[in-house]
Ligand binder design. Structure first.
Ligand code: HPA
Length: 276
């Protein structure tokens, strides 16, 4: 197993600190098809993943591979345009890396977005789900292996991975924007992919308490919980999960619908940022 020491992460963070003029307070991980928020960033500095020592490289479709630093709603932010997934071949431990780098850059709040399939039958394509909790039964923790005390304790609490005050703020903003009919609050269920789930798995996930299913987010949220960052999670519902409708699942479909509904999430994030 690789030795992910504190210095391993610090080497990446130190390089980035040399490139930027202002430290970010808030980080936003852009999910599939949610890249358009990047266009709204003012005073941009772009740092390509290729140039950052030790950093993983993104291979997923529609994931660009750059950090974007600047201001959004007048807050110092960093955007991660291109995230890493277990299905690309990265281990759960490796997936801790971007969030730990964010921590070393000074980030206090992490906004995680993703594309997800609806398991909850009350949801519709194009809706948004604010994440109140997550289920990750598949695979082990990103915090497996020697603990790095500088980030957090060996055993850590996961009662409130998704920070209740941020969830309430996002719910209030959805109401103000008149989005509340299409903005739900629910549980994100992680499936590692890259296969979509089977109809039988989706039935099981519904019984277990999942409202939406996706292939990302949970390792990032766990890493943030370990180093005590506040977390807001937002899922864009790009499709009904397998077996709900008489239709096959397709990755292209996910990206298509995502592009159409992304502006709703962008509006929500811009509003939330004003009050963090
Ligand atoms: N399953 C898993 N991941 C997804 C889905 C899905 O139905 N839609 C978007 N990401």
């Amino acid at each position: 197993m690789k030795n992910f020491s504190y210095d391993f992460y610090k080497e990446s963070a130190d390089y980035i600190l040399e490139q930027i003029s202002e430290k970010p307070k808030i980080a936003i991980i852009l999910g599939s098809a949610l890249g358009s928020i990047a266009d709204l960033v003012e005073n941009k500095t772009i740092v390509s993943y290729r140039d950052v020592p030790k950093l993983l490289q993104s291979t997923a479709p529609s994931h660009k591979g750059e950090f974007i630093f600047g201001r959004l709603s007048d807050q110092p932010v960093m955007l991660m345009s291109g995230r890493f997934h277990h299905y690309e071949g990265y281990s759960y431990e490796e997936l801790a890396q971007p969030v730990r780098i964010m921590k070393l850059l000074g980030v206090e709040t992490l906004i995680i977005t993703n594309a997800a399939g609806a398991v909850n039958l009350d949801y519709e394509v194009g809706d948004v789900m604010l994440i109140e909790d997550q289920i990750k039964i598949a695979g082990h923790s990103p915090m497996r292996g020697p603990n790095i005390e500088e980030f957090g304790p060996r055993f850590f609490d996961c009662t409130y991975i998704y920070t209740p005050k941020l969830l309430k703020l996002a719910q209030a903003k959805a109401k103000e924007l008149n989005y509340d009919n299409s903005v739900h609050t629910g549980v994100y269920y992680f499936c590692p992919g890259p296969n979509f789930e089977t109809p039988a798995e989706i039935k099981a996930i519904r019984i277990l308490g999942g409202d939406a299913v996706g292939m990302s987010t949970v390792t990032e949220a766990l890493t943030a919980a370990h180093c005590e960052m506040d977390v807001l999670g937002i899922s864009m519902i790009t499709n009904m999960a397998a077996g709900i409708e008489d239709e096959e699942q397709s990755g292209l479909h996910v990206i298509d619908v995502g592009n159409k509904a992304a502006s709703k999430i962008a509006d929500l994030i811009m509003e939330v940022l004003k009050d963090i």
